[in-house]
Design a protein around this ligand. Structure first.
Ligand SMILES: [Fe+2]
Length: 552
């Protein structure tokens, strides 16, 4: 078999890990990663070692879903201890760095009282000196920002802690990935390579273009002892051929969660990529890798949450992504890492950071970055963008998880862009409290009621309807909000008919129906075809003001 052309099986998971934990965007930017390694991983490990049975119980309790509990059935304590040892050793400098961040927070709180900050630079912990700038906000509240690009070139960017776990999935079940590390298992092959390794591209290309086993084995330097397992990931059977869209219309395909592919015969745009696997039985129809074009012109990322940036999907797609669009920031804040820098450092060379109301034009399409409000626990976070995609005269608006706290914002946007044809929105309107996602970055204890009042919540029916009123779409689609079974490991969500997001989105859908609109909460997959002409009258566009970014 060594010289027979082989394909990578469609149900092989390439699971990126940092320090043996599921890799997500807060584990790459060095300062943010340091805080998560110490504040999330080490804390959960400590807790598991001291009371494994409590974890097992909590994982079984649906009310505790998504909590900081390891899903290991109370077992493998020795392995968890070994993981802890390994991390203490490997992350020695990173641990010191996280400690220094806490110290600096304390120092500023105690000593920065509105007077000049120059003196305080002496008190910045040695390890942070040169990497931070101190400042006050307008009301004398002190803070600091990192020079993030310098940190990526320091010992604190621990590329050696990145690896890829390679394994075959036969169902969609996985433990909640933010709380359970990946321990060694006989069916899992650990590739000790960093995410920028071009071998990942060579491997991923084999989903469609066969290569010999010896070729890929050499590229990834697979040791002889692992060859047997490595072989099981490949097959001589080719995948079903990709059916390129050749019609004159716009084809929209929903891949689950907030992932949508918009294609014409000439262009392709993929929003918030999250691609499920195939090659095993699934009760739910779903598009998969086989339905993606050979080249994707633009990938759009809406915001920096673990369920919208999936390295597991993005790394294998890297070789076919022409342009990756991310919301712009260079705030240097722990809670707001720079996505362009992050993607550049994990092997994406073609990243464009988009600003609010900035446009990108290509072929007969215009992509516009739009303001995104809410769903970030009132933290000062810039890396979030909604998008308007206009192809010909047809307009689709992707609002991701934005919570329409102040409809006036969208009225102003509407003044510039006019009505839209199709509107997509998430309605996870309860949302987790601030500390669920950002807890490891916070160094001062937050009172429980304060935490509970600062949620990662999307729009409810009323807020969603305010958007419908403003943009007057013909069609409204609510995302499935993590309900697809292949999403549970990353979202930890399981709704019932009584869950508020389901009640609220049902209500929104029926209100839209009453108004004669097409509306639906998506689930699994969906395909729609549209004419390039807008569904609505061209007259609608005349409302756009003189400063409009569009040229009608
Ligand atoms: Fe989100």
């Amino acid at each position: 078999m060594k010289n027979v052309p082989m394909y990578l099986k469609p149900n092989v998971v390439l699971e990126p890990l940092v320090d043996d934990w599921y890799a997500w965007s807060h584990l790459i930017s060095p300062a943010t990663a340091a805080m998560n390694i110490v504040g999330r991983h080490h804390t959960i490990i400590d807790s598991y070692i001291s009371a494994p049975s409590i974890h097992a119980e909590a994982v079984g309790n649906s009310k505790m879903r998504g909590g900081p509990f390891m899903d290991l059935g109370g077992e493998r304590v020795e392995d968890v201890k070994a993981l802890q040892e390994k991390s203490f050793k490997k992350q020695k400098e990173v641990i010191k760095f996280a400690k220094a961040i806490k110290e600096l927070d304390k120092t500023l709180a105690a000593e920065a009282k509105g007077y000049g900050l120059e003196e305080l630079y002496q008190k910045v912990p040695e390890i942070l000196k040169g990497y931070v700038e101190l400042y006050y906000d307008r009301n004398n509240n002190p803070g600091f920002r990192f020079f993030e690009s310098l940190l990526y070139n320091s010992e604190f960017y621990n590329k050696a802690s990145q690896s890829i776990a390679m394994w075959i999935t036969n169902n969609d079940e996985r433990p909640f990935c933010l709380s359970t590390p990946r321990l060694e298992e006989s069916h899992v092959l650990n590739l000790n390579i960093s995410f920028d390794n071009p071998g990942i591209d060579e491997l991923a290309k084999m989903k469609r273009t066969p290569q010999t086993f010896s070729y890929i084995k050499d590229v990834l330097e697979i040791p002889a002892s692992k060859e047997r397992l490595f072989e099981t990931f490949f097959t001589e059977t080719p995948p079903p051929p990709y059916q390129k869209y050749t019609g004159e219309k716009i084809r929209m395909r929903y891949f689950g969660h907030a992932c949508i592919l918009v294609e014409t015969k000439d262009i392709s745009i993929l929003v918030d990529p999250l691609i499920s696997y195939y090659g095993y039985h699934s009760d739910i129809e779903h598009f998969s890798d086989v339905d993606l074009p050979d080249m994707i012109d633009y990938v759009l990322i809406t915001h920096n949450h673990q369920d919208h940036i999936l390295f597991e999907t993005l790394l294998p797609l890297r070789h076919k992504i022409k342009n990756l669009i991310v919301p712009r920031t260079n705030s240097g804040k722990l809670e707001d890492p720079d996505l362009k820098l992050m993607f550049n450092n994990i092997g994406f060379d073609n990243v464009i950071a988009i600003d609010q109301m900035e446009t990108i034009r290509f072929a007969d399409a215009i992509i516009t970055g739009l303001p995104f409000i809410g769903e970030h626990s009132d933290l000062n976070i810039n890396t979030k963008s909604c998008y308007l995609v206009k192809i010909g005269n047809f307009k689709l608006i992707f609002l991701a998880d934005s919570r329409i706290i102040e409809p006036k914002l969208y009225e102003y946007i509407h003044n510039q862009v006019g009505d839209v044809d199709v509107l997509f929105i998430g309605m996870e309107c309860d949302g987790a409290p601030l500390t669920w996602l950002y807890g490891p970055l916070i160094t001062k204890k937050l009172p429980r009621d304060m935490d509970g009042s600062r949620r990662l919540a999307g729009s409810d029916c009323k807020k969603g309807m305010s958007l419908v009123d403003i943009f007057n779409p013909k069609e409204v689609y609510v995302y499935a909000m993590g309900q697809e079974p292949w999403l549970e490991f990353i979202s930890s969500i399981k709704y019932t008919e009584e869950s508020n997001p389901i009640i609220q989105s049902n209500k929104l859908v029926s209100l839209c129906h009453e108004r004669g609109m097409i509306a639906e909460r998506l689930y699994g997959e969906k395909e729609l075809l549209y004419e390039k002409e807008s569904i609505r009258e061209v007259a609608n566009f005349k409302n756009s003001n003189k400063n409009s970014v569009y040229e009608f």
